[in-house]
Design a protein around this ligand. Structure first.
Ligand SMILES: C[S@@+](CC[C@H](N)C(=O)[O-])C[C@H]1O[C@@H](n2cnc3c(N)ncnc32)[C@H](O)[C@@H]1O
Length: 301
């Protein structure tokens, strides 16, 4: 899997091309980045995204269409990016914040020339396993704030549900734009500044401090309990204060999604106008807001 990246990777510090040396990539000045279990690692650890390392290795295939057969992730990909297989075929694609790889899996199936999935967390282990069968897909552990690619490398950059989990949503968006080739498209979805997303902002300072395994155990108990007893007044009251996921996609998905909602360290919320403003300030053209409001796409001139 790592070999497919030889021509794309650059030193994240200096931008110099890297050379393969056994189980590492090496820069001309001697800096080395190890390849561990088939994945090049450009960060020493999973920094502030430990909850995602836990989440995606606990639920590696819960949202993977290829495994569930449900087609729900494909619906989300189409709705939040406006992309169809024709837009992706033959393209070099960056999936920034790949998670367990559900969208990279789809774009690889849609015929992308190459899909590179990047994540700061150990979700890369799950993504590697889920993408193993695709010769046109590879995975890198790296920080969107310091990516190991040259400017103008990608025809398409997709980042769904990721940038609001960084310390500065806009700054991390701005890191992605120069990676587009002229004429390339970037599609982003971030949390909207409304409803349950705002309610969670009140909980997160507490819930993000819970050990992930313990909080996940609690979600595995509370989500089915609340569903079973949803007519009880006390449960209704609890759910108003602490909304859980109820997407009609099965218990496993709702447990995953409830954990996902309350466990991240960073949880930014944004308005569509704000996101459009970032796109315009970055010089992008044909800026379009998609039906999911804070899903925006634009093209590099
Ligand atoms: C909610 S998950 C979304 C994953 C995938 N896009 C999906 O929708 O299935 C957010 C992902 O962003 C990753 N992430 C957060 N901050 C990051 C950063 N600075 N660099 C790379 N990945 C990051 C997390 O580790 C996590 O896997």
């Amino acid at each position: 899997m790592a070999e497919a990246l030889d021509d794309l990777l650059r030193c994240p510090e200096t931008g110099a091309p890297l050379r393969r040396d056994g189980d590492a990539y090496v820069a001309p000045d001697g800096r080395r980045w190890p390849i561990v279990r088939g994945v090049p690692r450009f960060v020493p650890d999973d920094a502030y995204v430990g909850s995602f390392s836990f989440e995606w290795n606990t639920h590696p295939t819960t949202q993977l269409d290829a495994r569930t057969g449900a087609g729900w992730s494909e619906e989300i990909l189409r709705a939040k990016t406006g992309l169809s297989p024709e837009d992706v075929r033959g393209k070099v694609v960056l999936d920034a914040g790949v998670g367990a790889g559900r969208f990279s899996d789809l774009m690889a199936r849609w015929g992308a020339a190459r899909v590179v999935g990047v994540d700061l967390s150990l979700a890369v282990e799950a993504a590697r396993d889920n993408l193993r069968a695709h010769a046109n897909a590879s995975v890198v552990q790296a920080d969107i704030g310091r990516l190991p690619f040259a400017p103008a490398t990608f025809d398409l950059v997709v980042s769904i549900g990721v940038l609001h989990h960084t310390s500065d949503t806009r700054a991390h968006f701005e890191r992605l734009v120069p990676l587009l080739r002229p004429g390339g498209t970037i599609c982003v979805w971030v949390y909207p500044h409304e409803g349950a997303y705002l309610q969670r902002n009140a909980w997160i300072p507490f819930t993000r401090r819970l050990p992930p395994a313990r909080f996940h155990r609690w979600c595995r108990w509370f989500v089915p309990f609340a569903r079973r007893h949803r007519r009880r007044v006390l449960v209704q009251y609890a759910l108003q204060l602490f909304p859980i996921s109820d997407q009609g996609l099965g218990l496993d998905n709702d447990v995953l999604d409830t954990f996902d909602a309350y466990s991240p360290w960073y949880h930014g919320t944004h308005t569509p106008d704000e996101v459009v403003g970032w796109f315009e300030a970055a010089g992008l053209e044909d800026v379009r807001v998609l039906p999911w409001d804070t899903a925006v796409r634009g093209r590099r001139p």
